[in-house]
Ligand binder design. Sequence first.
Ligand code: GLN
Length: 536
Amino acid sequence: MKYIFVTGGVVSSLGKGLAAASLGTLLERRGQRVSLQKLDPYLNVDPGTMNPLQHGEVYVLADGAETDLDLGHYERFTNAILTRANNVTSGQVYETVLSKERRGDYLGKTVQVIPHITDEIKARIRLFQETMNADILITEIGGTTGDIEGLPFLEAIRQFILQVGPENAILMHVTLVPFIKAAGELKTKPTQQSVAKLREIGLQPQVLLCRTERPLDQEVREKLSLFCNVPLDAVIEARDVEHSIYEYPLLLQQEGLDEKVCRLFGIQSPPAEMSAWRHLVKTIVYPTHHVKIAIISKYELQDAYKSIYESLTHAGGANDCGISIVVVDAEEIERYGPEKYLAHVSGILVPGGFGDRGTEGKITATRYARENSIPYLGLCLGMQIATIEFARNVCQLAGANSTEFDPSTPHPVICLLEEQKEVSEKGGSMRLGTWPTILKEGSAAQRIYGRYEIAERHRHRFEFNNTYRASLEKEGLTVSGTSLDGDLVEMIEIPNHPWFIAVQFHPEFQSKPNAPHPLFQAFVAACMVHDGVLKK
Ligand code: GLN
């Protein structure tokens, strides 16, 4: 197996995850089986307990692992099958080492960062040799070189490379080459210093991926090569992409990154065949039509709904339609009403969420979509909101709510899952991962998916309360998807509305640019019908 380690220098948010994923795209098209892994230096066991405002979206894998959003890029850009082993945190590493210590596995020894923590990190990288069907593992290290908390990971990589041999491992350092206006030139010093930091701990990058707004001229490249001790042809320019993140693999191919990597590993393969990908990017970047979709949010940070944005982009590509996303703050709707924000949108999407802030605004937005025949897609919390709205305003169940937001509601139409009643720990304890759903014959859901059984990823504690199922169905709500035993409501729809579908799961975790998710595709098509640019 070959290993590519990806580190980041100078600043965070350089798009290391996208770089790793894009390299994965190219290597797969060179016939390599690729897997990707993220090592996160923070002490949380997983990001599941973190606020999306700080950390962005929590990405859920098929096996129920709650992971960093970069794993979303890995899945969207490659065919790698990811599991909880693909996202390692310091928290997990310390948890394992400390429980071994309590068990007595290290009896007599002093337990230390080197070698015990570093050994555990290496074991988690090596795990892939035995379990994954991959030729190349791309391992991204979160954070920036120079961070104290990242040091054990870098030390572990140094040891790892020594063990597998330098011919089997590449260190790719993603760095920033800023343009300083006053001087009118690109500056290499920050990169020199971040590479110096790596070399201090015995790591020498073989490839420098330089994020820059301007082209790197020959002089800058030579300087970077000389001072960072990297061959000139391994100084790779990574300009900001113009329109879409899906241009990134094309850009890196043009710069020869995958060619360089294959040469370093001695892999003989023809260039990656990217014409289908290029076509895909073209349909995403130059669509014929346009729709405007409102996401009723409470987190302003774009990254909090990353996979939803990407899924809409994929669905837009499939429909030859550009998507303008309007992020509407649910609390603004509470203050000023829905009209101002939603009167001119083609569709309304209510995403997942936790806690009661903004829920009344989301309920108002959902009512607006239902009453004004605007296409509506509810995801997870969005389905719970749609249920509450329908119960209150169609079934006249005053005060209907979820017990998450109002524990003493007279009509708990959404309540805690039975299996959650005994759960007190917050970490990794929701209903998580892939579960099957049976679709109702003749429902919109069944038409859209084109089958009767689907499997989607979940992350929730609350559920549709079956006590109210019959009364809601009597008033025109269709339960179109349930768990295999028929007990858990997984999908609802309103047949006498042009397009109103809400789901308890997260379809956004299974959409790829070259395999757009059917629900998002159908939603975007419905938005186009609503705007009159597509015939029904
Ligand atoms: N807070 C809700 C629940 O726990 C919805 C979760 C979500 O949207 N992911 O069931």
